[in-house]
Design a protein. Structure first.
Length: 105
């Protein structure tokens, strides 16, 4: 019964959207109806919360990877590349200024 219930909830609701309070509310009803013991309900609630947290972390990691890949394909300059170019440009400007001063003298 417990395993079937767990599979049904996971399949029907998706662990990422099930909140702990909603799971606890459902488990309390089942305990009141005598379909689950308090220990089973508590264990099931914790399993659902743990599964939901893991699923959210997996989703977050997958999304980060997708964003990283998309940005990489855009071939955008990184901040460090921009800083390097800024430094190089400043050096060129200084050299030009120095050369202009020599020409004026």
């Amino acid at each position: 019964m417990f395993d079937l219930l767990r599979k049904s909830v996971l399949a029907g609701l998706g662990t990422a959207v099930v909140t702990k309070s909603k799971v606890r509310e459902t488990m309390d009803k089942l305990v009141e109806q005598g379909k689950l013991s308090s220990d089973e309900a508590e264990r099931f609630t914790q399993e659902m919360v743990d599964a939901g947290e893991k699923e959210m972390e997996d989703l977050r990691s997958e999304m980060e990877g997708m964003v990283h890949n998309a940005v990489s394909r855009l071939n955008l300059a990184k901040q460090e590349d921009m800083e390097d170019l800024r430094q190089r440009l400043e050096n060129v400007e200084k050299r030009m200024e120095h050369l202009e001063q020599k020409l004026e003298s």
